[in-house]
Design a protein around this ligand. Structure first.
Ligand SMILES: [Fe+2]
Ligand SMILES: [Fe+2]
Length: 430
């Protein structure tokens, strides 16, 4: 396209020769590009030889809010003055020549459109306090046309979901994905005494149900977080993938020798049900990631340390690394929640009390799991070894409680509050 010099009362039109490119084969891109440099009311002289070009130009102009007028003198598309607009573009042999007068409809269409923050979360104002339902699934930073449909994403306030650490946690999580097929030494021979193998299977059986709950909780909220808070959605998505791998590798270790799985207790499942039933995202994230997965850090570390075979040690170690990220993200999110509104601490404490009360009539912990942990920590079946195993499991429970106290203190609870709340945590650990 060329734009002839402008001067005098009637500027010469810009010129575009489409040659044999039709509007049905992308020609509209060149027309749009040529019109973009014009103000409403200015003309573009367009010509071309594509079949049906006149018909296509007329339909396209009508759709786009431009006006198609015929060129007054076929063969002289750089002429200065438009004549009175005839009814159709002029066909000169197989060549079409016409003027397009730029309309305002294309601008009107985007009037009222809204820029939804910025893709890059570190830019000022990138993440809004409230994400409009009509931003829907549009990319953050996109220009969203007015009249876009409203999407039901109830977690649409920054204070509900956002932490500035989310992009960093997402990058870390994406980089730390491991392949269950190759990360675990499945081919290593495992030949344990039957009671020890049974203890491993019982622990794995327990881990699988806890992993299923840890998968289901973020999955419940994933589709409810407004996509404007993209990195939070991404962290949750990867967390769910992490839990899926944990379910896989714990199941695979449990079934390594072809034996049947262990027991799932009513108390354990009742505890996990209270997690799944928590309707508030912040509270569910608190109970799951700060308290439950936080407690599991000590448990998985214990299992790795006392694993009787390399496969068991590997699956515990791999899951532990993922869980450390889940806990860190939970702490970052809940830290942001209580920083923006210190009154939220009372809600967190109330959630612990509510869950404790709901589980008051249940045992809460699968006794078979504790016994299995004692067996693993004992290493043999002498009275002295079992006593040592028992002591180690007691130390594990103390370490778990200590971890909960530390995390609660970091969220701003006093040492006294943190100790009391830690003691009310479910006996199921998760
Ligand atoms: Fe997990
Ligand atoms: Fe987890």
């Amino acid at each position: 396209m060329t734009t002839p010099g402008r001067g005098g009362a009637a500027p010469a039109p810009a010129v575009l020769d489409l040659e044999d490119l039709g509007l049905d084969r992308g020609g509209h891109l060149l027309v749009e590009r040529a019109l973009a440099g014009l103000a409403p009311g200015e003309r573009l002289a367009v010509s071309g030889r594509a079949p049906e070009l006149a018909v296509h130009l007329r339909a396209w102009c009508r759709n786009q809010g431009h006006t198609l007028v015929d060129h007054p003198a076929p063969g002289s598309i750089s002429g200065d003055e438009p004549g009175p607009p005839p009814a159709a573009a002029v066909t000169n042999g197989d060549r079409v020549e016409a003027w397009i007068v730029r309309g305002t409809a294309a601008d009107d269409r985007w009037r009222g459109a809204q820029r939804t923050g910025a893709a890059d979360p570190v830019r000022p104002g990138a993440v809004a306090e409230t994400a409009a339902s009509t931003w829907g699934v549009a990319a953050r930073g996109a220009l969203v046309e007015a009249g876009s449909p409203a999407f039901p994403f109830p977690l649409d306030h920054r204070s509900m979901v956002w932490t500035d650490d989310a992009p960093r946690y997402y990058r870390q999580a994406a980089a730390a994905q491991w392949d269950p097929a190759t990360a675990v030494p499945w081919e290593t021979p495992v030949d344990l005494p039957a009671e020890v193998e049974a203890a491993v299977i019982q622990v794995m059986t327990y881990l699988v149900e806890n992993e299923q709950a840890a998968l289901a909780v973020p999955a419940r909220f994933l589709g409810r977080v407004h996509p404007h808070f993209r990195e939070v959605v991404q962290v949750l998505a990867v967390q769910i993938a992490d839990e899926a791998r944990h379910v896989e590798v714990f199941t695979r270790r449990a079934t390594l020798k072809g034996a049947e799985l262990g027991r799932s207790s009513a108390g354990g499942q009742a505890s996990l049900l209270t997690l799944l039933e928590e309707p508030d995202f912040a509270l569910a994230h608190f109970l799951l990631s700060v308290l439950g997965e936080g407690t599991f850090l000590a448990l998985l570390s214990f299992i790795e340390r006392h694993a009787p075979d390399p496969v068991t040690a590997a699956v515990a170690r791999l899951a532990l690394a993922d869980e450390a990220r889940h806990v860190a993200f939970g702490m970052a999110h809940l830290g942001a929640v209580v920083t923006s509104d210190p009154g939220q601490r009372a809600r967190l404490a109330a959630a612990i009390h509510r869950r404790h009360d709901a589980l008051a009539s249940t045992v809460g912990l699968n006794a078979d799991v504790v016994d299995a942990l004692v067996v693993l920590a004992a290493g043999s079946f002498t009275p002295r070894a079992v006593a040592e195993g028992f002591t180690r499991v007691q130390a594990l429970e103390a370490e778990m409680a200590d971890g909960r106290r530390r995390r609660l203190t970091r969220l701003g609870f006093s040492p006294g509050e943190a100790g009391a709340l830690s003691a009310l945590h479910t006996r199921n650990f998760m």
